[in-house]
Design a protein around this ligand. Structure first.
Ligand code: NDP
Length: 399
């Protein structure tokens, strides 16, 4: 029925490719294209013969002309961008030039500034609308499922939502002293940035990792978590009418933070290029080369993730609290698709987002954040496709 072009062949792309093949009634044809073709070929080898016709290609997704040529050759119904946030705009440009819908999981970031802002991608709204095309932004878990959870809570449980706390807990243990669960460069840029939360119409800045809380996560137990800025705060502040406060917390172990502080203190997390032996290097990119490849963590990671949202607000004039969350087991994910839960919880919703577009369940045209669409079909797919959700009407609150 549909032909999908998947760009990238890392941890998240690998899960999405598995899930497309598991949904081969929808995704009858798939091209996996990435910078390193051998990774695409490895995936093809694993997934061939299961109903989806798979081809592979080498692509530099920074090169718009090369992307246009590839898309014109393959003629996909949708492009699922699972490369890095740096490639979002070039891939969106190529989609516009070739008339194809677009899906990603992380907002555009310029290489030289660690900013998490939608302004660059929102600037494409008129062009996508005029071209009759749809771009779905942030179809991972956070952003992604967390936005769908917000839309679902608003649709079914509240007349007005006053506060949203997004809690992202990864209680996985990979046995390394220090490693990141997804692309190290993107991960470290995110956690070393200033924290921000939204309250009463504006964003408030706090020093990185300066607000700490402990939370007793269902199926996991007590974990320390820290307030971070996360990109979905920007769109949710606009798309959830009347919301007064939105915060995002992520769990980190003391050991992870000690390593990170040390790396930061010696300049290894910097994104400013330096000259070394006549070659220009970016310290954080060099650090990435030293750290374990996130895709290699799968077999050794045990434990669970729990990501969800706690809402407070009013229904029929009465105050209400509501907690929606998913628990994902690292080893179960690995058994099913050969990847740990952080890649799994991103790759599954990425595939669902693409499925929403190719089945015309969600329609534009324009550029949309995920919470702007009807959450119900996406929530149904989560239950069917490996990320079942749970709800509680009496959660512990974050003080
Ligand atoms: P990886 O580093 O494992 O994979 C990235 C892939 O993109 C690699 O295959 C890489 O190629 C390829 N790539 C990088 N640059 C280019 C380029 N110029 N042209 C073509 N291919 C390129 O990352 P992850 O799989 O962990 O993450 C993928 C995306 O998912 C990221 O954008 C990340 O921010 C996002 N993410 C979103 C989450 C969410 O919940 N919303 C959570 C986790 C991740 P090569 O193999 O040659 O390096």
């Amino acid at each position: 029925m549909a032909r999908i072009l998947l760009i990238g062949a890392g941890g998240v792309a690998s899960v999405a490719a598995h899930k497309c093949v598991q949904n081969s009634d929808v995704f009858t044809e798939m091209m996996i294209a990435s910078r390193t073709k051998s990774k695409c070929d490895d995936l093809k080898k694993k997934l061939s013969g299961q109903g989806t016709d798979i081809t592979t290609a080498e692509i530099d997704a920074d090169d718009v002309d090369a992307l246009i040529e590839l898309i014109n050759d393959y003629k996909p119904d949708v492009v699922l961008n699972l490369a890095l946030p740096y490639q979002d705009l070039t891939i969106m440009d190529a989609c516009l030039a070739t008339g194809v819908d677009y899906v990603d999981t992380a907002n555009y970031e310029p290489l030289d500034t660690a900013k998490f802002e939608y302004k660059w991608q929102w600037a494409y709204r008129d062009r996508f609308k005029d071209a009759g095309l749809t771009a779905l932004l942030g179809s991972g878990f956070d952003p992604g499922v967390t936005g769908v959870f917000c839309a679902y809570a608003l649709k079914h449980h509240f007349d007005t939502i006053e506060t949203i706390d997004i809690l992202d807990c990864n209680a996985g243990d990979h046995g390394y002293p220090f490693a990141t669960n997804f692309n190290p460069e993107i991960n470290i840029r995110e956690v070393t940035a200033d924290g921000y939360y939204y309250e009463n119409g504006e964003f408030h800045r706090v020093d990185p990792m300066s607000i700490k809380r402990t939370y007793d996560f269902p199926q996991i137990g007590e974990k320390d978590m820290y307030l971070l800025y996360h990109e979905e705060l920007e769109s949710l502040a606009i798309n959830i009418p009347g919301v007064k406060r939105i915060r995002f917390f992520m769990t980190f172990s003391e050991s992870y933070l000690t390593h990170l502080r040390c790396l930061e203190n010696v300049g290894m997390t910097s994104i400013e290029p330096i000259e070394f032996n006549g070659t220009e290097i970016v310290p954080i990119q060099f650090l990435k080369a030293l750290l374990p490849d996130p895709a290699s963590l799968g077999p050794r990671t045990v434990g669970k993730t729990n990501i969800g949202c706690i809402f407070t607000g009013y229904k029929d004039g009465k105050p209400k609290t509501y907690y929606l969350y998913n628990v994902c087991d690292h080893q179960e994910s690995y058994k099913e698709v050969g990847a740990q839960a952080v890649s799994y919880t991103t790759g599954v919703p990425a595939m669902i987002g693409a499925k929403m577009l190719v089945t015309d369940t969600w329609k534009g045209p324009g550029v949309f954040n995920i919470e702007e669409f009807d959450p119900d079909p996406f929530m149904d797919e989560l239950n069917k496709i490996g990320l079942p959700w749970h709800e509680s009407f009496d959660p512990d609150m974050v003080d």
